[in-house]
Ligand binder design. Structure first.
Ligand SMILES: NC(=O)c1ccc[n+]([C@@H]2O[C@H](COP(=O)([O-])OP(=O)(O)OC[C@H]3O[C@@H](n4cnc5c(N)ncnc54)[C@H](O)[C@@H]3O)[C@@H](O)[C@H]2O)c1
Length: 440
């Protein structure tokens, strides 16, 4: 049998040993899905707290149940380590490391490079590697292929196999999870696609193969750019509706009654999370090397990035209408997570809203049941969430709803607050023309 046939056989009968590099929001659910499908999985992460927690059978990601981890650990199907040398005994490795932006807005490839360098030390014949981290088109071929194959004199598509398969996790979502969300797979060669697809089909319900790693990389960027641009569009619509004196929420609901040709997006205080604000900028960065300016991305990014400032201006106007200055006013920010009902504060617009309010001299507190502590690295301040919500709501000159968590009793909040700026239409169910509520 060829190396490819032997590997496919091991993947099909699940005797292949799986490795997941990076056990975060993406890697951990993936490790669980492979483990629950019957593969023996080894997680590798330099963060010893995560590794210790998993080896004790305890999850740290809300979407992954502790019972699932505990069961897999006890049955020997999941072990985790900080020691990369385990890679020498593994057959199939997924890379799920972060891809943030540098302060300058350029891609920070350091995590992909360091994970690849570690893996390169233990590469051997008969291995398949899949990159899951969101990145610019060309990364798999330009960054991984030389380090893992060429420099080690292994022929890709014959001795080993390399593909890109974008993760599509939507944290907090229960209907579409890692196991039932179709997976796009694009190999460096056809044989690479074949091997990687055989592996993922053993655990994930549907795998859609494309003809190249670049097509798979670009598919992910299309998905996230589509969201970013449409959010930018409705954010600008909100700004235009305010000038026109029209309720943007009513307009969007009305447009959404059209059964075809329209998809509903809602405005808000700005983009957040690890993906939507960041990933499209990987594409626009890459396009600069082709002397091409990705104009839709730049424009949407400009509008979305300006939303926290717009929100703070509206809060200032709302206070002004109540004969108050923002400077010296007590402002309570409700919600710090970047979206409802999750514990993730990465890139959250709440951080910018709070920073801008503080800079204007407001006395700011925040409350978030999921985020006990925030740290604004660039500005060098930290805050703790208040714990006693309702007295703070009563006491505040302005309550700014940044994240519409379901746990909030909006009726009680509206009844108690002097003035609310609602950037998410969270108070919709309480009533439309509430005199103490201003909506985005
Ligand atoms: N979180 C999401 O909703 C989401 C959705 C789709 C795609 N993605 C993409 O998936 C990738 C991972 O995102 P995430 O949210 O899981 O990030 P994360 O920060 O939650 O997890 C990444 C993990 O990688 C570990 N790590 C760092 N360097 C490493 C190395 N050299 N070797 C091994 N592990 C290393 C970190 O310790 C961390 O545990 C990113 O590219 C992201 O854009 C994320």
């Amino acid at each position: 049998m060829t190396t490819k046939e032997t590997l496919i056989k091991k993947l099909r009968d699940k005797t292949a040993r799986i490795g997941i590099l990076g056990l975060g929001y993406v890697g951990l659910p993936l490790a669980v899905v492979f483990g629950e499908a019957g593969f023996k999985v080894t997680g590798v992460d330099p963060d010893s707290r995560k590794v210790d927690s998993l080896n004790k059978g305890v999850s740290y990601i809300p979407d992954v149940k502790t019972e699932s981890i505990d069961k897999l650990v006890k049955s020997g199907l999941l072990t985790s380590t900080t020691d990369f040398s385990v890679l020498k005994d593994l057959d199939a490795v997924s890379i799920c490391v972060p891809t943030p932006l540098r302060q300058t807005g350029d891609p920070d490839m350091s995590f992909i490079v360091s994970a690849t360098d570690e893996l390169a030390k233990y590469m051997h014949k008969g291995m398949v590697v899949v990159l899951e981290s969101t990145t610019y088109p060309g990364t798999t071929r330009e960054v991984l292929l030389p380090k893992l194959g060429v420099e080690r004199a292994l022929t890709v598509g014959e001795d080993w196999f390399l593909a890109f398969s974008p993760e599509r996790v939507d944290p907090g979502r229960e209907d579409w999870t890692t196991i039932n969300t179709p997976k796009v797979m694009g190999g460096i060669t056809d044989a690479c696609s074949e091997v990687a697809t055989a592996w993922y089909e053993g655990a994930i319900q549907s795998v859609h193969s494309v003809s190249s790693a670049e097509a798979a990389e670009m598919a992910k960027l299309l998905e996230n750019t589509f969201r970013m641009i449409n959010i930018g569009l409705v954010n600008e619509l909100a700004i235009m509706c305010e000038r026109l004196g029209v309720d943007v929420w009513e307009v969007i609901d009305a447009a959404a009654t059209k059964p075809f040709g329209f998809m509903k997006f809602t405005p808000g205080p700005g983009l957040g999370g690890h993906c939507i604000p960041i990933d499209p900028l990987y594409l626009s960065w890459k396009m600069k090397s082709f002397h091409y300016n990705a104009r839709f991305i730049e424009l949407a990014s400009e509008i979305n990035t300006n939303m926290p400032r717009y929100v703070v201006n509206r809060v200032m106007e709302g206070l002004n209408d109540r004969a108050k200055a923002l400077h010296g006013s007590k402002v309570l920010v409700l919600g710090a997570a970047y979206k409802p009902d999750i514990d993730d504060v990465r890139e959250s617009p709440a951080l910018d809203v709070i920073a801008l309010l503080r800079r204007k001299g407001a006395i700011v507190e925040y409350h978030d049941p999921y985020i006990p502590h925030i740290h604004h690295e660039a500005e060098g301040w930290q805050m703790e969430s208040i714990t006693d919500l309702m007295p703070a709501v009563k006491d505040a000159d302005a309550v700014v709803i940044v994240t519409n968590h379901k746990v909030y009793d909006y009726q009680a909040i509206v009844e108690s607050a002097k003035f609310i700026f609602d950037s998410r239409n969270a108070t919709r169910a309480v009533g439309k023309n509430l005199e103490n509520v201003v909506r985005l």
